[in-house]
Design a protein around this ligand. Sequence first.
Ligand code: HEC
Ligand code: HEC
Ligand code: HEC
Ligand code: HEC
Length: 496
Amino acid sequence: MKKNLLYVIIAIAMAAVIFGLGILASSITERKAEKEFTYKPVVKIGENEPRNDVWGENFRREYETYLLTEDTTFRTKFNGNAMRDALEEDPRMVVLWAGYAFSKDYNQPRGHRHAVTDIRNTLRTGGPLTPDEGPMPATCWTCKSPDVPRMMEEKGITEFYIGKWAGKGQEIVNPIGCLDCHDPSTMNLRISRPALIEAFERQGKDITKSTLQDMRSLVCAQCHVEYYFDKTKVENAQYLTFPWDKGSTVEDMEKYYDEIEFSDWTHSLSRTPMLKAQHPDYEVHKLGIHGQRNVACADCHMPYISEGGQKYSSHHLVSPLKYIDKTCMVCHRESEETLRNNVYEHQEKILENKILLEDVLVRLHLEAKKAWDLGATETEMKDILSGIRRTQWRWDFSVASHGAAFHAPIEILRIMGNAINIGSETRVKLARILAKYGFNQELSYPDISTKAKAQKLIGLDMEKLNAEKQEFLKTIVPKWLVEAKERESKWKIIRY
Ligand code: HEC
Ligand code: HEC
Ligand code: HEC
Ligand code: HEC
């Protein structure tokens, strides 16, 4: 009897130990799982699902923060998500871009939710348009929408780059979103844009081998980079290409463009074959101290948020000054005010050089025009045009990515210093040519105190351009939307 009781006690004790070990083991695996990302799907997300609201059913927090990119009320000293007319704020740029679409219309960026609306609205894409004509190629859609990877999958990459912008408007309706940065089956970060994968390949690098921390910047480098359209690769296609084969500093990329004798347009006043910098945020960021310390774009623009014991990434991509306690202050101990002032101080100091440089450039374009008008020859002007091209490339590279003054202040000051020097030397040479043709005085600086005055100076008919655009928005865009709705209504949503 006694023996039996002992056996029972031992058996109970052993069961308790085994049970306890079991709990411990399962809690260890649970902790491990907590580190990885798990979720209970509500819907099945298709391989090429461009609709952000469908993804949003599975990932409410990410989707809700993503929707905040619609907001346009946050302003910082120089940026923020408010719609700002960059040409009105600084009409010199109209003169610098004479003969190029940017002189018609250029706004500071807003949040990702506006990307498709804004490219339709801008005067740069023109109007009225037919699918086969218009100023812009289809390639312009590439950084605007998750319909782009969908179409590239369905129709082919090259096929996507063929034809005109207005020929694909009915296909592209969903603003930048989940499919652009995530693999729907694993939710891992992924690169959806071929241009970035190809740029890595040409440098002998495999982008799929990147670390997670690198991916937290590389997803942005699909769009926030310098690029150009290669027209020599495939007939009728403008193939999106990153000019990184010689490196990605301002000089490396200039060398690349010079070697292939590339220019974006010919300046209508100075007749210079110009380069337009796009928005090399990624390249510039890598040259700054944060980039060198491997701080990622997401560390400042997509901070982690804790909510009910859960941590997730804010998908409200915006100026980091909006959530300074969750961005800068995760790493720095200074007060909000000090950190904000650090940013403003960098920006204000760089702005001083920006204005100096723009005044040099306005004068260069006008003085070169004067030289042509007086009869200067191609041979005489060759050196001058090269100087203008090099000066303006450096200016544009420094200002086109709106965060550059903070991302890499020392590099930007170096580039601007070089540009002011090249530009001033070019003006000295130009003064000699003007003197040779009998013009021996200072050319008066034009009144370009407003955008309208500057646009008049370079001969733009803004009334006509605006009327054409309104017509396009009233007649063509509604048709695109109807066609898109019809297409999407056929895609079934599978619920669990
Ligand atoms: C511009 C790129 C980008 C877009 C667009 C984007 N994400 Fe993310 N997403 C990220 C990055 C970066 C992370 C952080 C990854 C990490 O640190 O592991 C992330 C993380 C996540 C995670 C993992 C959990 C978390 O919050 O860290 C989920 C889920 C997610 N995103 C859902 C979405 C959904 C849903 C959408 C569309 C509404 C979306 N994402 C759009 C870049 C993007
Ligand atoms: C598919 C292309 C694409 C990707 C990927 C992308 N962006 Fe953007 N981003 C844009 C475009 C286009 C705009 C301008 C939208 C507009 O003004 O309508 C923009 C605007 C912004 C803005 C300005 C927002 C504001 O409120 O003014 C920030 C900040 C930004 N992006 C950061 C990022 C970061 C960080 C990443 C990576 C995590 C990223 N973007 C990934 C295309 C992209
Ligand atoms: C993920 C960590 C991290 C985040 C987030 C971060 N920093 Fe830094 N910051 C660093 C590191 C690392 C350095 C380099 C200092 C060093 O290594 O001693 C640095 C350097 C700086 C410097 C000195 C260099 C310079 O460029 O003047 C300033 C100022 C600065 N950070 C401000 C900010 C501000 C403002 C924000 C938010 C917009 C921010 N940082 C976000 C890590 C971070
Ligand atoms: C250390 C923090 C930090 C990192 C890392 C960082 N940024 Fe920024 N970024 C800023 C700050 C600060 C500003 C200026 C915001 C302002 O003026 O309101 C800015 C501005 C911008 C803007 C303009 C925003 C606007 O409102 O118009 C864009 C676009 C941008 N960054 C993209 C990127 C991309 C892409 C990366 C990675 C390649 C990156 N940033 C990395 C801090 C950072």
